[in-house]
Design a protein around this ligand. Structure first.
Ligand SMILES: NC(=O)c1ccc[n+]([C@@H]2O[C@H](COP(=O)([O-])OP(=O)(O)OC[C@H]3O[C@@H](n4cnc5c(N)ncnc54)[C@H](OP(=O)(O)O)[C@@H]3O)[C@@H](O)[C@H]2O)c1
Length: 306
């Protein structure tokens, strides 16, 4: 009998890679979807509804031993929009969980951004969603993963940056030697699988990246691209005033034209932050079966087309 796991965010970049891998590994998946475009089969049951729909959330988590809460909004025009999905949505999932006779193990996919809640609406909402969960400590076995920027098949955020590098230009927001971690989506999914298989429940907040000591900088990305593709790549620094004005204009345009902005003043704060490097020691001690295996240098070329 396959083991059952409930997942939110299964239609997104990370969630869709996750459910594919879990189904391959013989898990039975119950997944939330906001659109009724998918059909069930023996390995996946879709529950139609969103994070505001308590009855859908009840059906999602009913009698499951594991819940992975991966849904979140990563773009928005006000703090309220982030809060509604990321904080209130997490509260709603936990409300549904709290009505179960047997509490499932609970994994929240947060973000390294939660380490710096002052930088942006997104970061603050992810930090506060963690708080909502950690307040449940007595009732629930919970784990929080804080991945750094994730790339791989299906990613729409980092891919354009890698493609620009391939064309010979890397836009630089902030200082050229600011540091950041990266992780391939398959390594993140592997960590989730080890969490699911772990006999012992692990409680805590865990950062994860690909294990490159000190992470990357724009400079090291340029060096890597030049080495791999054997052609010059130029870092083009976007002046602070320019990027801030563009972000502000984009935010106001988004409010007027009613689309969800990704480039906002808060996003610029995140991009300019000097240190987004993770330390994997804690997660590797807690989940000894996991270690990152994929390095950007080995897969950078394939990220351009997948
Ligand atoms: N990508 C990264 O680099 C990265 C880095 C660190 C942490 N994370 C975290 O990883 C998680 C997944 O990110 P992602 O990159 O896969 O994002 P994504 O592609 O934007 O997917 C977000 C998922 O959440 C769902 N969702 C959003 N609002 C919802 C709502 N109100 N009700 C129900 N479902 C809702 C989306 O459903 P629809 O398909 O219907 O829109 C989608 O399935 C997020 O928690 C994010 O904060 C991502």
């Amino acid at each position: 009998m396959p083991k059952l796991v409930a997942i939110t965010g299964a239609t997104g970049f990370i969630g869709s890679v996750l459910i594919k891998k879990l189904i391959q590994d013989n898990w039975a998946v119950r997944a939330l979807t906001r659109t009724a475009r998918f059909s069930d089969d023996e390995s996946i049951q879709w529950i139609v509804g969103d994070l505001n729909n308590l009855s859908a959330l009840h059906r999602l988590v009913d009698s499951v031993p594991y819940v992975i809460h991966c849904a979140a909004t990563v773009r928005g025009n006000t703090f309220q929009e982030f809060a509604q999905t990321n904080i209130e949505g997490t509260k709603n999932v936990l409300r549904a969980v709290s009505e179960q006779q047997q509490a499932p193990r609970f994994l929240l996919i947060s973000s390294l951004a939660a380490r710096q809640p002052e930088l942006s609406w997104y970061a603050r909402s992810k930090y506060l969603s963690e708080q909502v969960l950690t307040e449940q400590s007595e009732k629930l076995l919970w784990t929080i993963f804080r991945p750094t920027a994730v790339y791989g098949p299906g990613d729409k955020e980092l891919k354009p940056l890698f493609q620009a590098m391939h064309r010979g230009l890397l836009p630089v927001v902030g200082k050229i030697n600011n540091r950041f971690g990266l992780i391939h989506v398959h390594d993140l999914v592997a960590a989730i699988q080890v969490w699911l298989e772990s006999e012992k429940a692990v409680q805590g907040i865990f950062e994860l990246d690909d294990g490159i000591s000190g992470g990357y900088s724009y400079q090291s990305l340029i060096a890597l691209a030049q080495l791999l593709w054997n052609r010059p790549v130029r870092g083009v620094r976007i002046p602070n005033l320019l990027i801030r004005n563009v972000a502000l204009a984009n935010l106001w345009l988004a409010r007027i034209l009613r689309y969800s902005a990704m480039l906002t003043p808060g996003k610029v704060n995140e991009l300019q932050h000097p240190d987004w490097v993770c330390d994997n020691t804690k997660i590797m001690n807690a989940l000894p079966g996991w270690q990152p295996r994929i390095l950007l240098r080995d897969v950078l070329s394939e990220t351009l087309t997948t």
